[in-house]
Ligand binder design. Structure first.
Ligand code: PEP
Ligand code: MN
Length: 375
């Protein structure tokens, strides 16, 4: 059972204390509080764990500070939607708000290679009115002999350049818990000029010990990639590890499924799952068209497959786009063949805008029809 408290509930107030005292008196029931600073308000939720079947919903709703009570299903307790259409959820990180209505573009390098490329990328992001990017310092590679990323040595200049170009968030993969400390240390050293969204890559979707470590820290939000060879249900359960450890500021990323049935694309594009995730969970949903498509092929209409896939995800309501760009793809140390060129960024963003407008029109359309439908 989740108790959703009145927004901005003061946890020092006598009413809150009364509520806590009542919850303490419940035998066989433990509770855990989650606080989320959203856009303009702080939301507190109390999760009751144990045999809550005997607790009457009406009574629980009458307790001080409680605005609403939701009976949770067993799975995805914290991140799940539990069949509730309007369950409030958003979070703000470094001035950027994430929820199931927003749309943010994280265009950037798959992997940091040189300071010049990082700077050129960030400059292009800023010139195109964007404030988020992607940059990999720790790269999980199929072969141990491939470039593994520059690791902590590149972090200071990456963060300083981000500050210079007004980048508010960098999505950056971590593959080991020590990487979180290294990122925190470099942010501290450089005066925290930017924010970092910790990315869990598809190869680590079920690395439960890493998930627990990333879930225990609440400084940075998490971009969680779907596992490439497991069910959607298994991936959502894995994301729940983050939330069960305390960090529910999680964005779920679709990045395609590994199967030859997706040929000639690198992975089978799975963006029809955008609305499924929004229905099952409260997480904002990201699409990664670059790792899904994996190349720069284009159809006779002139549009790149990456752009088609992006539009399909956006028209289905995606909330974030993670996409590879590079100033000189032939010199990229990782995933050059799938990178878009900096000159293509304005085109890409304009195309995203067309798809976004189509999505907003579709969402408004169904609302109109629902109003007109007989009850
Ligand atoms: C990436 O985004 O650079 C990456 C390695 O993605 P994935 O984990 O989806 O393969
Ligand atoms: Mn990559």
């Amino acid at each position: 059972m989740i108790l959703i408290l009145t927004p901005n509930t003061d946890t020092a107030s006598p009413e809150y204390e009364l509520l806590m005292r009542y919850l303490d008196s419940l035998k066989g029931i433990k509770y855990r509080t989650h606080q989320v600073q959203g856009a303009g308000q702080r939301l507190t939720e109390v999760y009751l764990i144990g045999d809550t079947a005997a607790l009457a919903r009406d009574f629980m709703e009458s307790l001080p500070c409680v605005e609403r009570v939701v009976r949770v299903q067993e799975t995805y307790r914290v991140l799940g939607r539990h069949g509730e259409a309007d369950l409030p959820f958003d979070f703000e990180y470094n001035g950027v708000v994430f929820n199931q209505d927003c749309l943010h573009v994280f265009a950037g390098l798959c992997a940091v290679d040189t300071p010049e490329h990082v700077e050129a990328m960030m400059k292009a992001v800023q010139e195109n009115g964007q404030t988020c990017t992607r940059m990999g310092a720790y790269k999980p590679r199929s072969s141990p002999y491939s470039f593994q990323g520059h690791g902590k040595t590149c972090l200071p200049y990456v963060f300083e350049l981000a500050g210079k170009y007004g980048i508010r968030i960098i999505a950056m993969e971590v593959t080991h818990e020590s990487h979180i400390e290294e990122i925190n240390e470099a942010l501290h050293q450089t005066g925290t000029p930017t924010g970092v969204m910790l990315q869990i890559g598809t190869r680590n979707t079920q690395n439960f010990e890493l998930l627990k470590c990333v879930g225990r820290q609440q400084t940075h939000p998490v971009l969680f990639k779907r596992g490439f060879g497991i069910t959607l249900n298994e991936s959502i359960n894995a994301a729940e590890y983050l939330a069960s450890e305390g960090n529910r500021n999680v964005v779920f990323a679709l990045r395609g499924m590994k199967t030859n049935l997706g040929d000639p694309h690198r992975n089978l594009v799975d963006f029809t799952h955008v609305p499924v995730l929004k229905r099952l969970t409260r997480m904002p949903v990201c699409i990664d068209p670059s790792h899904s498509v994996g190349g720069r092929q284009r159809s006779p209409d002139g549009l790149l497959d990456v752009m088609h896939a992006t539009a399909q995800g956006v028209v289905a309501g995606a909330n974030m786009i993670l996409v590879d760009f590079h100033p000189a793809p032939s010199k990229a140390l990782v995933d050059g063949p799938q990178a878009l060129l900096l000159d293509e960024l304005p085109l890409f963003l304009e195309d995203v805008q067309i798809a976004r407008e189509a999505y907003l029109k579709r969402a408004a359309l169904i609302k109109n029809y629902q109003v007109a439908l007989p009850v």
